[in-house]
Design a protein around this ligand. Structure first.
Ligand code: HEM
Length: 226
């Protein structure tokens, strides 16, 4: 594929497709196609799309290595930022649906006391409920990745340090799966599927690193016995 086709056709197409889930949610909310608990639907949909984008981002390096299609790397920043975008929407929906809705408003909606009580309620919940703690950890691991995703930040940090920092995405994948696993009550089949996907994508890296670490032996010269 030519560079022009990649830049002007494939990348915009992937960008528009990545907006599909949020577009669908807006459409469904406006046309009453969500369930009787629309905020819970939005929390779940944005949560699952966060994890999907984390998996897609983790899949780019293996895809490159296996197929030799090096241009795949040019989608990694975009898919990573979409993971952060859906993760932030997910967090904000939780803050509104789960925390804001349960507050009292002694001084009205827009007041310092409301902001204070909301911050207190969110931080107490992060402290008390383990699945929220690990979900928040997963989101926090994406924050430095999003903040350092620009070319300027890559230059400023230097390639080596930037690459090391961006390994945090492995922690995002693991924490995201644990968060999902801990929140389901009965049927663990969906979180188990994501655990396998993240496990395979991380195992690929471990195996590759091990193979690269094996020293290449010099060919044994035949020794002529005198
Ligand atoms: C910012 C911190 C986060 C909070 C407070 C949070 C909170 C929640 C809550 C309240 C639910 C719904 C639970 C229920 O229905 O009983 C949920 C679901 C979910 N979250 Fe999170 N989450 C966070 C971050 C994340 C991240 C970073 C990921 C992915 C990497 C993620 C993936 C999911 C998934 C996959 C679901 C389940 C969706 C489904 O059942 O279809 N969450 N989260």
């Amino acid at each position: 594929m030519s560079d022009r086709a990649l830049r002007f056709v494939l990348k915009p197409a992937v960008f528009v497709a990545s907006l599909g889930p949020v577009g669908w949610l807006v459409w469904a909310a406006l046309t009453n196609h969500l369930s009787v608990n629309p905020l819970s639907d939005i929390t779940n949909e944005t949560g699952v799309w966060t994890l999907r984008f984390v998996c897609i981002t983790l899949a780019i390096t293996p895809l490159r290595r296996v197929t030799g299609w090096n241009a795949a790397i040019r989608f990694r920043r975009m898919t990573g930022l979409f993971a952060f975008f859906y993760g932030t929407l997910h967090f904000l929906t939780y803050v509104i649906a789960d925390r804001f809705a349960g507050l009292d408003f002694p001084d009205g909606f827009i007041a310092w006391s409301t902001a204070r009580n909301l911050a207190k309620s969110v931080s107490e919940d992060i402290y008390k409920r383990p699945f929220i703690t690990i979900g928040f950890t997963a989101w926090l691991t994406m924050l430095p990745l999003a903040l350092t995703s620009t070319s300027g930040m890559i230059r400023r940090l230097g390639g080596r340090r930037w690459n090391l920092l961006h390994r945090l995405i492995y922690a995002t994948g693991i924490a995201g799966v644990v968060h999902y696993w801990w929140l389901v009550k009965a049927d663990i089949s969906r979180p188990r599927t994501y655990a396998v996907v993240v496990g395979v994508l991380l195992a690929f890296r471990i195996i590759r690193a091990r193979l690269r670490a094996v020293p290449v032996r010099a060919p044994v010269r035949s020794v002529r016995l005198q």
